[in-house]
Design a protein around this ligand. Structure first.
Ligand code: SF4
Length: 204
């Protein structure tokens, strides 16, 4: 079986410590093949019989484990170089907690950046949250994959901090309720249109 492994989001970003690499090597064994994905997760194949043992060792090392496939990935966050408070580490942690690991019609990536430099490239994720001077801007429909790659569209501007998680949760709920089978979020946004999506997100 395949699992996704990620470090916790912290003040320096999503960083693996040397001890965690060691724990990964010891838990998986010398022959293991580990894929380093473009969205900051490690994909590892483990034997079903050893799944609990391996997962427990990784969790004990402070790593996080997520399902692989048609699920929301853990938050693709920036490195918070402006400091935890200014770059919004607390809201990033809340977002990750609220969205990661949800079953969705097609694998879904949510990006977060603590300032307009947006070095974590949230506009190429399906949903992108960017901390701005007066609130948070939320982009939708970015797509980094395929020759039809696209940049996210600005859906909402200056969302207050206490509403960000709810808006992203609502977006995911609308996607789950209205998407066609296996429809990518970026395609879903194109089909349903930005205007309609704004309405659906704001109806509750
Ligand atoms: S997005 Fe801004 S705060 Fe975050 S790492 Fe990049 S420059 Fe720093």
């Amino acid at each position: 079986m395949k699992i996704a492994v990620a470090p916790a989001i912290g003040a320096g970003g999503s960083l693996f410590s040397a001890d965690q690499w060691k724990a990964i090597g010891e838990a998986l064994g010398k022959e293991a093949k580990v894929e380093f994905t473009s969205f900051k997760q490690l994909y590892v194949d483990i034997e079903v019989e050893r799944a609990d043992e391996v997962k427990n060792a990784l969790l004990a090392a402070g790593l996080e484990i997520y399902p692989v496939g048609f699920f929301t990935k853990n938050l693709i966050a920036c490195n918070f170089c402006r400091g935890a408070e200014e770059a919004g580490l607390a809201i990033a942690l809340q977002l990750n907690e609220a969205v990661a690991g949800q079953e969705v019609p097609s694998p879904l990536k949510v990006g977060y950046a603590g300032c307009a430099n947006a070095t974590s490239e949230p506009l190429f994720q399906h949903i992108g949250v960017v901390k701005m001077k007066n609130g948070f801007d939320i982009y939708v429909g970015g797509e980094g994959k395929s020759i039809k790659a696209s940049v996210g569209l600005l859906m909402l501007e200056d969302v207050p901090e206490n509403a960000v998680v709810a808006v992203v949760q609502r977006l995911i709920a609308v996607y789950k309720e209205n998407a066609r089978k296996k429809e990518r979020f970026s395609r879903f946004v194109q089909r349903i249109t930005l205007e309609r999506l704004r309405e659906l997100v704001s109806t509750e």
